[in-house]
Design a protein around this ligand. Structure first.
Ligand SMILES: NC(=O)c1ccc[n+]([C@@H]2O[C@H](COP(=O)([O-])OP(=O)(O)OC[C@H]3O[C@@H](n4cnc5c(N)ncnc54)[C@H](OP(=O)(O)O)[C@@H]3O)[C@@H](O)[C@H]2O)c1
Length: 231
């Protein structure tokens, strides 16, 4: 069995990160903010409306590591930034933040999906995936794809102590993917697993449509586990 462990110094670096979350007022952003703050990271929730961001930060309560501000502030004041906005607003928002995101790792968890009477399905993306679109819009940033399959319902559920899933991490920069794996592993139960270059993010995003179908059929909040690698 091969090991998926990240080096200790990367884990220490992940522990010191201030994490900004664009669209952090939504379920996914608030869920990640809550879990990362519980793990000890400082988190800045971003919004188009700073008042909404402050209110979202207040709902997380203790520990007191979460603040709220304009998306620009969350991007500029953080060490690493998670994009957690709907696909429809993704390119436009990132294009407005090229300056504050310059030189930073941007973690994209956006799933370009649409829904009809038959359920969820992936929409075509000219760049290949939302993460590749982010990389095209943000040439001065290092884009990593991760957290696509993490259920916001479970992240926000106070009864859930442990998140039972692997987080697939994709990107073209080894230090950045190692760091995001280590960040995911700060959340109890989560394991970060490198899953390839950014050009392979399209099928990871699209796979979320299958998870939505699984969740609907089995009334679940399903996640993925990869076999034959050690935690
Ligand atoms: N929900 C999940 O379980 C889950 C799981 C994995 C991945 N994801 C991905 O995470 C992303 C966020 O999901 P979510 O459920 O949290 O979404 P959401 O609640 O619909 O949106 C998140 C936030 O994005 C901001 N926003 C909405 N429209 C925008 C636009 N046109 N431009 C800029 N900002 C906009 C809003 O914040 P303000 O109005 O405060 O600016 C909103 O609160 C999605 O791309 C989704 O595919 C979600």
């Amino acid at each position: 069995m091969a090991a998926a462990q990240v080096p200790h110094q990367i884990a220490d670096e992940a522990a010191r990160l201030t994490v900004g979350i664009l669209g952090g007022t939504g379920d996914q952003g608030r869920g990640l903010a809550r879990r990362l703050a519980m793990a000890g990271n400082r988190v800045i929730i971003g919004s188009r409306h700073p008042g909404r961001a402050a209110a979202a930060a207040d709902t997380i309560g203790s520990p007191p590591h979460v603040t709220g501000g304009h998306n620009e502030e969350a991007a500029g004041d953080a060490d690493l930034v998670i994009a957690a906005v709907p696909w429809e607003g993704h390119a436009d928002l990132l294009a407005q933040l090229t300056g504050p995101l310059e030189g930073k790792i941007v973690v994209d968890c956006v799933n370009p999906l649409a829904f009809d009477s038959r359920g969820a399905y992936p929409v075509p993306v000219a760049e290949g995936s939302a993460a590749q679109q982010a990389a095209a819009v943000l040439p001065g940033s290092t884009v990593v794809g991760a957290f696509h399959h993490v259920s916001a319902v479970l992240l926000l559920d106070p009864e859930v102590d442990t998140m039972d899933l692997d987080v697939l991490v994709l990107g073209d920069d080894r230090h950045a993917t190692d760091l995001v794996q280590a960040l995911a592993e700060r959340i109890p139960g989560m394991r970060g697993v490198y899953a390839g270059r950014l050009r392979n993010c399209g099928q990871i995003e699209a796979l979320t449509a299958n998870l939505v179908s699984i969740n609907r059929r089995y009334k679940a909040h399903a996640g993925l586990r990869i076999t034959d690698i050690e935690a």
